[in-house]
Design a protein around this ligand. Sequence first.
Ligand code: BGC
Length: 797
Amino acid sequence: MHDDWTWSYESYDPAEERLRESLCAVGNGYLVTRGAAPECTADGTHYPGTYAAGVYNRLSTDIANSRVENECLVNLPNWLALTFRVDRGPWFGPDTADLLEYHQYLDLRRALLVRRVRFRDRDGRTTRVVQRRFAHMRLPNVCALEVTVVAEDWSGRLEFRSGIDGGVDNGLVERYRDLPRKHLDLLGARALSDCSVLLEMCTNQSRIPVAMAARNTLYHGEHPVEAEYLLVDEGSWIGHDIAIDMREGQVVTVEKTVTLSTGRDRAISEPAVEAARWLPRLGRFDTLLESHVLAWTQLWDRFHIELEHRPDELRVLRLHLLHLLQTVSPNTTELDAGVPARGLHGEAYRGHILWDELFVFPLLNLRLPALTRSLLRYRYRRLPEAVQAAREEGHHGAMYPWQSGSDGREESQRLHLNPRSGRWIPDPTRLQRHIGLAIAHNTWQYYQATGDREFLTHYGTEMLVQIARFFADLTSYDRARDRYVIRGVMGPDEFHSRYPDAQSDGIDNNAYTNVLTVWTVLRAADALRAMPALARTELMERLHLRPEELHRWDDISRKMFVPFHADGVISQFEGYGQLAELDWAAYRKRYRNIQRLDRILEAEGDDVNRYQAAKQADVLMLFYLLSADELGPLFKRLGYQLEHDTIPRTIDYYLARTSHGSTLSAVVHAWVLARANRDRALEFFRRALESDVTDIQGGTTPEGIHLAAMAGSVDLLQRCFSGLETRGDRLLLNPYWPQPLGVLELSLRYREHPLVLRISENRVDVAAGAGMQRAIEIACRGQLARLHPGSTVHFPL
Ligand code: BGC
């Protein structure tokens, strides 16, 4: 099956199983369950994992002579657990059975995972199995698994074993093997009825109760089957053995319906009560599937995308959108949850939230703005923590953490393991203060896309002001230069955490941080101006924001220092140009894959800090976030002249010195090359498409998807090649459409208008759905049109 709505595999490959588990996960924004085989438990090949948004637990241990604390997204009990045997033979599993046919596919339209297996057992019996599963998109606490068994050429006693396995821990990531992994304590397990069970557990530090209930019912087609149920209660594993007699050719189906509730749910009494109360109310698998599919149909309407004649790219783009919406969905708006960098699909980065939402929000803003709003409120709720963090560092304003989990404190690890050398080394990545700038950017972009002044008034401006205040406070005035400088930070390029041979961490005047600081103080001032007068006065009083502080911001916005190399290229940070050049060809030859040059060099006893080498886009992030129209005036205000070739020369310079050790890098490089070098841009676009499906980093996708690259790849079509911007109360289009991509059609919403955009090499059409909205202005390469509900505008290119 190879249509553009199906992600499929035609055979079983144990070596690829964990990758497939990540790529075939099912979820609904409340929880995600990896695409693990129901018959399997965690072993070298398989890793069943279920994670619920915001369910974290904190444990500490001693590593390399220091006490380290880690907060992890908790792997919850495995609700899939289901296998079977015939006449007391061995339990079925893909690693032991003689597989005759094997086919697994994710139906992207319906967010339904299907697995079809035909096998022969050691006694020569041939059995066919079809499994289907989903995590309900409208009923976020509900999941379902259906297993159909066909006795092709045998008669005998068929016994299913189906339950909930609470004996799980966080063991997916090999690098974390020295960290404690047991996060759940058993509270209790019991039968709820003849065919249903309940397991209650609790996270052992954050004290979040987790309850899961499962019901197993058997059918011959439409008819319920009388079967013999035997309770299996093995402590944290509870379920049933269910036996029936089968005749040759007979078909039987088990429907396993599951409810999950945690102490973080709203509108509940208590999780166990909730899970138990809802279970009997749920209908049959197909009935649940129907409402699940309806929810997805409506979602796909909003996220509609077509690429004519490019089915391979289209399939991956849809897979990316699917995983985006399985991680954050309308269900998320009811939660206190952020955007975990690796989805809810695994345990990499321990489920933390970094700056990756910067690459995700542009898709959501134009389709589900209420979702962005709620995800921004995850940050707003943690503003007091960020203010406290700044205070502890002797600063004003809000210092957001590089990695964030439950309560918004800094969750970055202090030490990390280099798997190449086996050494635990200090991890200074928390110095990536620029995370705050990303939050400021996201806040402003959300406002630009939606015009949601209410959000700005109640939450947005306060975040912008506190972030601006922190960065303004981080600057110091360098009298000799008559410029403001920022010392001792890290930019997005994680390869540079300090100067070679320096005693302390941090580099000075990271161009990205400095320029975005200017942008942020300007936007904070804009946000204050955009607020209703009374609310502004109240906010300024509350934050003790006085005119002198605003004057200092203004001064910073005119006198921030930006480092340049002698030839006019923007320097990644002060002194970058003096670092040694790496012999890239030699390293590529020696190691083939040099994405993680930092690890390679450390293992060699060298230090990547010594070289002009970047893991990912750093300076170039400026051209990704800010269009030339914005950047030019910003530099001019600072008294720097951006020559016509400054941007292309800066791009070329860093392109030659980047290892792309982060999947974010391909997205940014495709973006910045789109105008000047379309072929290379397409190369990076394809690389972004491949990030996860081919596990481009060789082993990271099995530990969780890369959500920024997934969303970013779609955004490359949406905003980059189309030149789409929402600025100055207008929708702006400036396509630079690569002809090899054919014709793009996608839907989006701008200021309440449902729009369908069609872009080809020589034409743009924008159609508006019917409605009562006011007409909007659309500008395309100097042509201006007003778009009324129900009408279409065309722009020849
Ligand atoms: C990148 C970060 C990113 C993180 C999570 C790292 O490899 O360097 O920029 O936030 O992955 O995706």
